[in-house]
Design a protein around this ligand. Sequence first.
Ligand SMILES: Nc1ncnc2c1ncn2[C@@H]1O[C@H](COP(=O)(O)OP(=O)(O)OP(=O)(O)O)[C@@H](O)[C@H]1O
Length: 409
Amino acid sequence: MDVTDVSVTLGSVQALDSVSLEVEQGEFLGVIGPNGAGKTTLLRTISGVLTPSGGTVTVDGQDITDLPSKASSRLVAVVPQETSLAFDFTVREVVEMGRTPYRNRLTLESSADEEMVTQALERTRTAGFADRAIGEVSGGERQRVLLARALAQDTPVLLLDEPTASLDINHQIRTLELVKSLVEAGKTIMAPIHDLNLAAHYCDRLLLLADGKRTALGSPDEVLTESNLEAAFGTDAVVTNNPVTGSVYVMALPDGARDRDGPHVHVIGGGGAAARLLYLLAASGYQVTTGALNEGDADVETARMLGIDAVTLEPYAPIDEASAEKVKEEVESAAVTVIPDLAIGHGNLPNLRAAAHADNLILVEDRPFEERNYAGVRGEERYHSLRERGTVVESRNVLEAVESAIESS
Ligand SMILES: Nc1ncnc2c1ncn2[C@@H]1O[C@H](COP(=O)(O)OP(=O)(O)OP(=O)(O)O)[C@@H](O)[C@H]1O
């Protein structure tokens, strides 16, 4: 499917401004963007409902705007966000409407039509209430019925307007898994999706629209960058990777979330040991820094999510001199430095060396000192010497300890 330089004006609003894109057969393209960006308008233009003031839309080499509606309905099916359906049709009758483009006044329903309708009902799990009136099913069920109708239409291109909007979490995933299987079977699918994390996980590519313009187009990690999100949505967002699925993960931060103005606390982390502490300190308004940590470490991910500055290193790289120096600078400028209950290995010796420069040092120990893990004598010695000049607390008392260290200094 090719969209070339499409512009649409609605009333006095330029809803689409010279938008171009190609969608491959067997591709799932997610359309994202703020309210009013033009997502629905783009869908309505591709389906032939709206005529662009400029540009063309071609499907299978045919210009949609030139085709009679019956012919375009064999190329593009739409699942609208909202629809007014006569309330006394049954669910099955609504799905049968999907076969209309293949009928004329003289042909009766064929067995192929019936087969398509049955399949569509089954794939969308709506067969169980096929004989109920459409007015008597829930909003989420109705959305699945509309998807069934579009499947019965048997088109190469399927446009879904917010396919998961009124679905519960179970049906969101089921619907997107169904979309995935349709795409694998060769359908071309385009869908505005507000949930950026679902979009990132399921879509092959994303189109970011803002103000009727194509702002970005590419793989989810190319499109979902902090600067693109800031520009399009005007929101401060943190982009990390979902530790479970590996997909890009977006979290919007409330206004001012990064403007913490409390005293500076530096946290030596590693392997996720600092995650909760980072959260507690950030939520209490401290200006928190952490590091040095390797990219990919769970503590780096947490720091990103919370908008905390981290001194980072390449994955698995040892702490080099420049990074050790940066850690030392953070420690020296911090009112308090905290070492959570971490495993002490060779890797973090430079961090421990830097911690020796702290004005106030707090060491968190939830396990008896003897049971802790030290890789090598040097780690143990180094930690011992820090222990002598710092305050040892359990994690449940760490906030209090930070506060009283700051008060007394
Ligand atoms: N019938 C109309 N007449 C005039 N302007 C319209 C009409 N329909 C939509 N618009 C305007 O066109 C722009 C694009 O609207 P569109 O519905 O395509 O946005 P959207 O990205 O789908 O938004 P949402 O996320 O809220 O569904 C908006 O500024 C909207 O106010």
